[in-house]
Design a protein around this ligand. Structure first.
Ligand code: FES
Length: 83
């Protein structure tokens, strides 16, 4: 979805910038120039930025998830049981 028509900035561009370390809306504007011409996109750009900060910030602080849950046989166990 295009967020800023003036500078052709999409929600994916904003997500990528946040993923690469853009930590404030002002940094985002400096990086992508979003909202720096007519300004019509600023509310949507800010909302998109804040949503990405919440999503990517919470993902970074989540505890690691085990790849194999207890009591669920892994592929090797299933193959051994089938033989
Ligand atoms: S639409 Fe983003 S500055 Fe104009």
């Amino acid at each position: 979805m295009i967020v800023c028509v003036c500078h052709r900035v999409s929600d994916r561009d904003i997500a990528r910038a946040v993923g690469e370390g853009c930590a404030s809306f002002e940094e985002l504007q400096a990086e992508l120039r979003v909202g720096t011409r007519c300004g019509a996109c600023r509310p949507c750009a800010q909302e998109t930025f804040e949503r990405q900060m919440a999503v990517q910030g919470s993902a970074a602080t989540c505890a690691p998830v085990p790849l194999v849950r207890a009591g669920v046989p892994g592929r090797a166990d299933s193959l051994a049981a089938a033989a």
